[in-house]
Design a protein around this ligand. Structure first.
Ligand code: PLP
Length: 424
């Protein structure tokens, strides 16, 4: 990368050679990547919305329904025990993946959104009252804004927002100024889905804990790019979605520190979350089933664990180097396009390149790229306050996963030159 481009893209030098990692071998595991779209080979750059699934996940899900399906926890028969064991083994896998102290700290949910809602409802309603404050950042996804807003409306607490600078980094001094005795929760995204910013979670947790404030981290975009260790980060809650992690949709998890989860009231009532029920009184199960009312998504949990095994089996060192190299290559290639402005050039970034191109509406860009078989996302990416901050209605976002290649970046750049030519 030339010095001038490095300056323009504000990225450092490429950390490792791109051929370090057998990306084509990995792509073979993802049948959908062999598709042709509108007559052209598919270039899938919408991974922040959802990732594609390897054959291993598809096969594990299929095997569950073909050979293992039964309702869990309540059966004495063979299939019920088998399905229960697989479901609980999936929980162990997720606990290991996040380095939770125990599997009791892992609650299955439908995804990041439900995980955050669970904490806002259960922890929030038990611990946050009028006059208290909840602190979020200006780069949150709507699912880490709205549940807290709803909590504040119902309790009379106040939502405070850590501002971000022109690069898309949080302004750390402002964060420190906003922390006070009134703050009862800090809820912050690990990796921004619209800017790619990696937030300094460990530092944020240290500052918040100095005031005894719990920290919830929205990890939806982080876990497919970074090695996450909840004990090392020190956070109290960590929310993830399987579908952003090469697993099935409709399943995810909440990590919660055991002492906090233990003290929290149940979030939903129903079967499986009880010890005993009478019309006079119900007592609740231990962790984690206290938070898992009703029949869960067994196939999803098994698929999610398979995806995690697949993904971690590749090795984070390889993944991170490859993804970093592709992201840097993308910044270099796109910086060459006239009138393209990056939105989000944070000090530490992963997974995402967001940009505006001349005065062409991102929806037009997305539609024209789609004609070339290139899938990107356009719009506000469920981060409307980010768009407001940068005074733009929308961006075009290319988001990368472990299977993307520099050739695909070239196709994107070529497609964008084509868009510019059309609008000349
Ligand atoms: N948080 C972030 C940063 C996201 O990118 C997303 C999804 O795009 C979510 C939360 C919500 O995830 P889900 O829709 O899987 O619940």
């Amino acid at each position: 990368m030339s010095e001038a481009l490095l300056e323009k893209t504000k990225m450092g030098p490429v950390a490792c050679p791109i051929d370090f990692f057998d990306v084509y071998g990995v792509r073979d595991d993802f049948p959908i990547l062999r598709s042709r779209v509108r007559g052209k080979p598919l270039v899938y750059l919408d991974n922040a919305a959802t990732t594609q699934k390897p054959l291993q996940v598809v096969e594990a899900t299929r095997a569950y329904y073909e050979k293992q399906n039964a309702n869990i926890h309540r059966g004495v028969h063979y299939l019920s025990e088998l399905a229960t064991n697989k479901y609980e083994a999936a929980r162990e896998t997720i606990a290991g993946f996040l380095n939770a102290e125990s599997a009791r700290e892992i609650v299955f949910t439908s995804g990041t959104t439900e995980s955050i809602n669970l904490v806002a409802y259960s922890f929030g309603r038990a611990n946050i009252k009028a006059g208290d404050e909840v602190l979020i950042s200006a780069m949150e996804h709507h699912s880490n804004i709205v549940p807290w807003q709803m909590l504040c409306e119902q309790t009379g607490a106040k939502l405070r927002v850590i501002p971000i600078d022109d690069n898309g980094d949080i302004i750390f001094e402002e964060f420190e100024t906003l922390l006070s005795e009134k703050t009862k929760m800090v809820a912050i995204v690990h990796v921004s889905n619209s800017l790619g910013t990696i937030n300094p979670i460990k530092k944020i947790v240290e500052r918040a804990h100095a005031f005894d404030i719990p920290v919830l981290v929205d990890g939806a975009q982080a876990v497919s790019h970074l090695k996450v260790d909840v004990q090392e980060l020190g956070c109290d809650f960590y929310a993830i979605s399987s579908h952003k992690l090469f697993g099935p949709t409709g399943i995810g998890a909440l990590y919660g520190r055991e002492s906090l989860l233990d003290a929290m009231p149940p979030y939903q009532g129903g079967g499986d979350m009880i010890k005993s029920v009478s019309f006079e009184r119900t007592t609740y199960s231990e962790l984690p089933s206290k938070f898992e009312a009703g029949t869960p998504n067994m196939a999803g949990a098994i698929g999610m664990a398979t995806a995690i095994d697949y993904f971690t089996g590749i090795g984070y060192d390889k993944l991170e180097s490859h993804e970093d190299a592709v992201l840097r290559y993308a910044h270099e290639a796109l910086a060459d396009i006239p009138d393209l402005k990056f939105i989000g050039m944070a000090k530490a970034k992963t997974g995402v390149v967001s940009f505006v191109l001349s005065d062409i509406h991102p929806h037009d860009i997305g539609t024209i790229l789609d004609q070339n078989g290139i899938a990107v996302r356009t719009g506000h990416h469920c981060t409307q306050p980010v768009m407001e901050r940068f005074k733009i209605p929308a961006t075009t976002r290319a988001s990368f996963a472990l299977y993307n290649t520099v050739d695909e970046v070239d196709r994107l750049a070529e497609g964008l030159h084509g868009v510019l030519n059309l609008f000349k």
